[in-house]
Design a binder for this molecule. Structure first.
Ligand SMILES: Cc1cc2nc3c(=O)[nH]c(=O)nc-3n(C[C@H](O)[C@H](O)[C@H](O)COP(=O)(O)O)c2cc1C
Length: 180
């Protein structure tokens, strides 16, 4: 797959299974996350890699942090097992006179995107998810994320369960104007 094919064919993989990225590939995925545009080089992000027994720990955290009814708790407990690896992408905002948190948040979003693309380039599949759990204060605390920081996404990564059909490309005509 060429770089332009990777960009033009990007899509998510909701159904993932083992194997997770091996340590060598994981290092590449994390390095791609570090390579994003970053005003003033603040590196305002943190990546928490959850795999192996960590998935059960994470599941316990989701359940204990949730105030849902018990039927819902069963569903929540299963969420981390949708993939063999999750990278929690969160902010680590830095006070800076020229770089507002809005710009830093955009950079951290780029991290999630870059790591999804790197995962695909290495032959894995990935899906960026959030949902209410990403905005839950207790979950943030459990992940040692500071109160003023944000979870930008849970990046689920693994091996695609099945061959996926390529979605049709969305037309850009209505989204672009030209000054010529
Ligand atoms: C910040 C963010 C949060 C998202 N959260 C969810 C989510 O919780 N659940 C979900 O099904 N899709 C979520 N998505 C969308 C998927 O990642 C995916 O982009 C979408 O299903 C469209 O599929 P595609 O990536 O193959 O085009 C989120 C996307 C972004 C950028």
């Amino acid at each position: 797959m060429t770089s332009i094919e990777l960009l033009l064919q990007r899509q998510s993989t909701p159904l993932l299974t083992k194997p997770a990225p091996n340590p060598h590939d994981l290092d590449k995925i994390l390095a791609a996350g570090m390579r994003v545009p970053d005003h003033a080089c603040l590196q305002p992000w943190h990546f928490t890699v959850i795999t192996g027994d960590g998935l059960q720990r994470f599941s316990d955290l989701l359940v204990h942090s949730s105030d849902s009814a018990s039927a819902n708790l069963t569903r929540i407990a299963k969420k981390p097992f949708r993939a063999p690896m999750i990278i929690v992408v969160s902010t680590e905002f830095v006070q800076h006179e020229k770089v507002p948190t809005q710009e830093q948040l955009i950079s951290v979003g780029c991290c999630a995107h870059a790591m999804q693309m790197a995962s695909v380039a290495l032959g894995y599949g990935a899906m960026w998810r959030t949902g209410g759990l990403a905005y839950n204060t207790k979950i943030k605390q459990g992940l040692a994320i500071k109160e003023h920081d944000e979870i930008v996404g849970f990046l689920y990564i693994g091996t695609p369960c099945k061959e996926q059909e390529l979605k049709t490309t969305k037309s850009f005509e209505k989204k672009v104007s030209y000054w010529e």
